[in-house]
Ligand binder design. Structure first.
Ligand SMILES: [Ca+2]
Length: 202
């Protein structure tokens, strides 16, 4: 509930800003979220007619902005899953994607990102993939695109699918993190939404 309230408040505050936080299924977070804007880009896309875009509105930010979504884990419970996403950057400080599974206390059960292969500066569409486990106790899966410091980043054609156990997890062995009160008790009742960014705002 707390999480939903924060999102609603954020959207309400930004209601007067054209395009801000107007990407169906996705929301804006990040350590310096106020320095970044998220929107659909109908000119630059990898597939279809639109992509998800994250832009730093300052010349240089001290933090990061994130284009993120939470979705229910039921379809993948007890499975290993692979996230694939096409990303692109322009004068970007740092661009990467991440995925994680969380438990009822907000603890991270498994996590992976592309930090070691982060994109910098200007680069064309490239495919990244991450593999994590979704333990049966998972209550939410979170995926996102992170832009740090400056520039623009795009994401498109995101997919999440269950894979066989012989597909290796991306990261080193991971033990569950400590409980996170800020993320505890989040209930998400919908599957992943608008992964191709083709859905328009209502
Ligand atoms: Ca698209």
């Amino acid at each position: 509930m707390k999480h939903s309230w924060k999102i609603l408040t954020c959207n309400a505050l930004l209601a007067g800003l054209a395009y801000a936080d107007d990407v169906p299924g996705w929301h804006r977070v990040g350590s310096a979220r106020e320095d970044f804007e998220i929107r659909l880009d109908r000119e630059v896309h990898h597939g279809g007619t639109a992509s998800g875009m994250l832009e730093c509105t300052k010349k240089r930010s001290k933090g990061t902005g994130t284009l993120e979504q939470d979705f229910r884990p039921e379809e993948y419970s007890g499975r290993r899953i692979r996230m694939r996403a096409w990303i692109k950057g322009e004068d970007a400080g740092r661009v990467m994607i991440y995925i994680r599974s969380e438990g009822p206390s907000g603890e991270i059960l498994d996590f992976a990102n592309t930090q070691l292969h982060a994109g910098h500066g200007t680069f064309d569409w490239r495919l990244h993939e991450l593999v994590i486990d979704v333990p049966p106790e998972s209550t939410v899966i979170q995926v996102g695109l992170i832009l740090g410091e400056k520039g623009k980043a795009w994401m498109d054609n995101v997919s999440v699918e269950a894979v066989d156990r012989n597909v290796s997890r991306t990261g080193p062995p991971f033990s569950s993190s400590q409980a996170n009160p800020r993320r505890a008790g989040i209930v998400v009742d919908h599957p992943a939404l608008n992964l191709d960014f083709e859905q328009s705002p209502q």
